[in-house]
Design a protein around this ligand. Structure first.
Ligand SMILES: Nc1ncnc2c1ncn2[C@@H]1O[C@H](COP(=O)(O)OP(=O)(O)OP(=O)(O)O)[C@@H](O)[C@H]1O
Ligand SMILES: [Mg+2]
Length: 310
């Protein structure tokens, strides 16, 4: 039977009169990679800090690894690994000293500490660099070391808050290979990112907007927001002009530019073939599946719209 590693019910956090996290409810299964998407200020880090036992919820409950984070934040800290958005390593310490520091923090005995050090150096590809200052490492290496330090105590649940911010595409890919290997071994991972290509690695995603959960599900499930609104991709040498022209088309709900193409979201029940035929000969157009970016923009737009949702 699959168990939930994380269970969140109506979790809320206020700062004075401001509601940073607003009645958020979701669960994450053991071994799942669960992604958090959302604009700046959506409440991702605040939610994670509550789940890590670092910030007290104003109301609602959360269980992580079976522990109620509001009641027993200290017990939660032992069951999780956490890579924070801003700080995760001592840059003035060497790789070895960072590992030693975190081993001490997690209370590992000497022998376990030695074994785990070897494991982390190998996993992060840092063997032979033990005496390099963390601050001198290229971004991708530093993030792998930070990940290694966050899992020294072999936590069953891992929280990664923008672990790949500012890291090059190749290093990001390597980082995700590590995450996927860990999830395959049963570790539950909750990760935030602003890179939508990374979201493809997540088994399920939550989109947060202004403190609220705006959508949740697998990518396939999230694409359902476009179930009865076809998207047509139209190529153009001048996509901005085309976008403006299409925006006035009676069948078009909205448009957005993707490189040299425009995505036109058609109104409900529009006949796609008729729409494409009506565009004229000069344009190359074809129906496309919604990209995650289409989905993200649409979900955020709907969450912003003033009409109350059913
Ligand atoms: N300690 C605090 N006091 C007051 N407001 C706070 C505090 N911490 C966070 N906030 C506010 O709560 C909101 C949510 O912040 P949070 O850091 O959770 O967003 P985020 O989704 O992680 O954004 P980003 O993508 O920029 O990291 C923001 O408006 C932020 O300014
Ligand atoms: Mg954040």
């Amino acid at each position: 039977m699959t168990m939930n590693a994380i269970e969140v019910r109506d979790l809320t956090r206020r700062f004075g009169g401001f509601v940073a996290v607003d009645r958020v409810t979701f669960e994450v299964r053991e071994g799942e990679i669960f992604g958090f998407l959302g604009s700046n200020g959506a409440g991702k880090s605040t939610t994670i800090r509550m789940l890590c036992g670092l910030l007290k919820p104003t109301s609602g409950t959360a269980r992580v690894g079976g522990v109620d984070v509001g009641r027993d934040p200290e017990a939660v800290k032992q069951r999780i690994g956490y890579m924070s958005q801003k700080f995760s390593l001592y840059e003035a310490l060497t790789i070895d000293q960072n590992i030693e520091f975190f081993s001490g923090l997690y209370g590992l005995d000497r022998r376990t500490g030695r074994d785990r050090r070897a494991f982390v150096l190998k996993m992060a590809g840092l063997e032979g660099r033990e005496h390099t200052l963390a601050g001198d490492l290229p971004g991708g290496w530093r993030q792998r070391l930070a990940l290694g330090c966050a899992i020294l105590h072999q936590p069953p649940v891992l929280f990664l808050d923008e672990p790949t911010g500012g890291v090059d595409p190749l290093s990001r890919r390597e980082f995700w290979t590590l995450i996927e290997a860990m999830a395959a071994s049963g570790v539950t991972v909750l990760v935030t990112t602003h890179y939508l290509d990374e979201a493809e690695h997540c088994h399920r995603l939550a989109i947060l907007h202004a403190g609220r959960l705006a959508a949740i599900g697998s990518i396939t499930e999230l694409r359902e927001v476009f179930a009865d609104r076809p998207i047509v991709e139209v190529q153009s040498t001048d996509p901005v002009a085309l976008m403006n022209a299409l925006a006035d088309h009676p069948d078009v709900e909205k448009t957005s530019v993707f490189g040299t193409a425009v995505h036109a979201v058609l109104k409900r029940e529009t006949d796609v073939r008729r729409f494409i035929a009506g565009l004229g000969d000069g344009l190359t157009a074809s129906p496309v599946a919604p990209s995650l970016e289409d989905v993200f923009l649409d979900v955020v737009e709907q969450a912003q719209s003033p009409e109350p949702k059913a």
